[in-house]
Design a protein around this ligand. Structure first.
Ligand SMILES: Cc1cc2nc3c(=O)[nH]c(=O)nc-3n(C[C@H](O)[C@H](O)[C@H](O)COP(=O)(O)OP(=O)(O)OC[C@H]3O[C@@H](n4cnc5c(N)ncnc54)[C@H](O)[C@@H]3O)c2cc1C
Length: 224
């Protein structure tokens, strides 16, 4: 399986058996996560900004207003750390100490570059809206020249990354298995509610299938 090269700074040190470096695992986490957190440092002060993203092959795209501090700094070649976190369950142990969470998370390191070509910028725009709802770009008006100009798009090549995955029941101390309190996993997942029509929706407009049947991808084996 294709893997990102394991570098000293992406090698999981704590609980190293939970570390994953293959692209399939990393890409699946990036794609299922609706949002990421982008960390960068400006004049010795770290900032971590939640935002949305999209992946196309080995490229991660992030966009925002041309005035955004995050994007202005990333454009100048500031090193970034981007993380995605999928919370799969609460792990409730017999001792307070061994409580945990089941999760899949990814961490990408690198230096982002600004996308200047119009074709790639449009490709990124489509990917960003399709990341939120698959196929959405085909249903809506594409960005016009003014909207394109007002938006910065940055590209981070995914070539230094790791994933970390925790699954399964609590891991208690041997002597605590004799305790009578409940222990186990409470699975959690992101589920949509019923779609709410925009008050100004044209009468009779149906909810598209990609909205009415919306789900984030998730394998059952990831929730257990
Ligand atoms: C939902 C959730 C809850 C967590 N709760 C806790 C908690 O309460 N306490 C706690 O100590 N830790 C918790 N973790 C794990 C935490 O993310 C770190 O893995 C852990 O703290 C070790 O950090 P470290 O800097 O010592 O990692 P190291 O193992 O030294 O990190 C080395 C490299 O491993 C990779 N790496 C490390 N962690 C991750 C990760 N999570 N995802 C992808 N790559 C990674 C990175 O490339 C990193 O540069 C939680 C994780 C998640 C997703």
């Amino acid at each position: 399986m294709d893997a990102t090269p394991k570098t000293p700074r992406t090698t999981v040190a704590r609980q190293r058996d939970r570390g994953r470096y293959d692209r399939d695992t990393i890409n699946a986490i990036i794609d299922e996560s609706l949002i990421c957190h982008v960390g960068f440092t400006v004049r010795d002060q770290p900032y971590v900004i939640p935002t949305t993203h999209a992946r196309v092959d080995d490229r991660l795209y992030i966009h925002g207003s041309v005035g955004s501090r995050m994007l202005k700094n990333m454009r100048q070649g500031v090193p970034v750390c981007v993380t995605m976190t999928l919370l799969d369950g609460l792990v409730l142990a017999r001792s307070a100490f061994h409580h945990s969470m089941n999760y899949r998370s990814a961490m990408l390191l690198g230096v982002a570059e600004e996308v200047t070509g119009e074709d790639e910028k449009r490709l990124a725009f489509d990917a960003l809206v399709n990341h939120v709802v698959a196929g959405r770009s085909a249903d809506v008006r594409a960005a016009d020249a003014q909207e394109l100009k007002a938006t910065s798009v940055l590209r981070l090549v995914i070539d230094e990354a790791s994933a970390k995955v925790r699954r399964g029941p609590p891991i208690d101390a041997d002597e605590d298995y004799a305790l009578t309190c409940w222990a186990g996993v409470l699975p959690l997942q992101l589920l949509p509610g019923a779609p709410i029509d925009d008050p100004r929706l044209m009468l009779g407009t149906p909810v598209p299938t990609n909205v009415s049947t919306y789900r984030r991808q998730r394998a059952q084996s990831d929730i257990d």
